[in-house]
Design a protein around this ligand. Structure first.
Ligand SMILES: O=C(O)C1=N[C@H](C(=O)O)C[C@H](O)C1
Length: 322
């Protein structure tokens, strides 16, 4: 599938970007180098288990700690996997500088597997909401790929309200928001009570793992979730249950999701996810790069326990009856 073509298609029926997307960790070898083979293996595993797409160089991929060459290699691996699998790829890009972000986004053109760029609301600068709108307007006008606005005020220091999100949704070449405001706040409720029209093709994707269940209940279309490296099939089932209106199953799955996500985020992301993936033998080391420190054994054990608990929880009624 040509992911960019899918996004460029008229969006009369709703957002093109929806479902479960896994923001991949960047695995390192025991010597501290990029473990490209392990990254490729992880990418295939999560797609095998039901993820709809991948995110390269999200916060979870430690992009700020990678060399330029390593960042290029990560994107190359993910492009290759998404090409083979017909999956969509979102790539983290951009900075607090509008000019530099335009240049960075230009480099994403020409590869149809890259469905969108995940661009954080400018951090530290704290422009007005009108400034944020102008920033994304300029990026969207120049970007060769659609943008997903990464709204995460507790990291950026910049809040954007529901009205501004609706204005962003109305801009051409903006495919959605990764909404991570640390809860279900008034803006979230307001946005989803009066969502952008389907013709805008704008997706509201959860970016705070523990708040995905209520966001889906309010009408969110999916999520970008570091915890979904673990129990990927369960997360995919949770998204599908809300989409299909199976509320009883969605509630049951939501409890497991919150227990796992809460355990994964007891220490800075992606340290715990990497610890569990290493314990499961899926990446060669649990190492992260400074200023992150590896997760404690207690945090890894607790998350591993929750992942095992959820993975072994009751299957859907339809399967249990077989
Ligand atoms: O990399 C991402 O994308 C994510 N980052 C968030 C964070 O680190 O705060 C967490 C979310 O699960 C995905």
């Amino acid at each position: 599938m040509d992911a960019t073509a899918a996004l460029a298609a008229p969006a009369a029926s709703g957002p093109a970007l929806s479902g479960l997307h896994v923001p991949l960790v960047t695995p390192f070898t025991a010597q501290g180098d990029l473990a490209a083979d392990a990254l490729e293996g992880l990418a295939h595993q999560v797609l095998d288990d039901g993820a709809d797409g991948l995110v390269a160089l999200g916060t979870t991929g430690e992009p700020g700690a990678l060399e330029d060459e390593e960042r290029r290699a990560v994107v190359d691996v993910c492009v290759q996997v998404c090409r083979e699998r017909g999956a969509s790829l979102v790539v983290g890009a951009g900075s607090s500088s509008t000019r530099a972000s335009v240049r960075e986004l230009a480099a994403l053109g020409g590869r149809p597997e890259i469905a969108a760029a995940l661009v954080t609301v400018p951090s530290f600068v704290r422009p007005s909401e009108a400034g944020v709108l102008a920033h994304f307007g300029a990026l969207a006008a120049h970007s060769p790929v659609p943008l997903v606005v990464y709204n995460i005020p507790y990291r950026t220091g910049q809040r954007i309200g529901a009205d501004t999100l609706r204005e962003l949704a109305a801009l051409p070449n903006i495919a959605g928001v990764k909404h991570a405001v640390g809860g279900i706040d008034a803006d979230t409720v307001n946005l989803l009570a009066d969502p952008p029209p389907a013709s805008h093709g704008f997706a509201v994707l959860g970016g705070d793992d523990a708040y995905l269940p209520p966001l889906l209940a309010l009408g969110g279309q999916g999520g970008i979730l570091a915890s979904a490296h673990l129990c990927t099939a369960r997360w995919a089932e949770l998204v599908a249950a809300w989409r299909d209106g199976d509320v009883a199953r969605a509630r049951e799955l939501g409890r497991g999701a919150v227990r796992l996500a809460s355990a994964v985020f007891t220490e800075p992301n992606p340290t715990v996810v990497k610890g569990v993936l290493h314990a499961q033998g899926r990446i060669p080391s649990p190492d992260v790069r400074l200023p992150l420190l590896s997760a404690s054994a207690a945090a890894v054990d607790a998350a591993l326990y929750r992942a095992t608990e959820w993975a072994e929880a009751s299957p859907p009624a339809a399967l249990a009856a077989v």
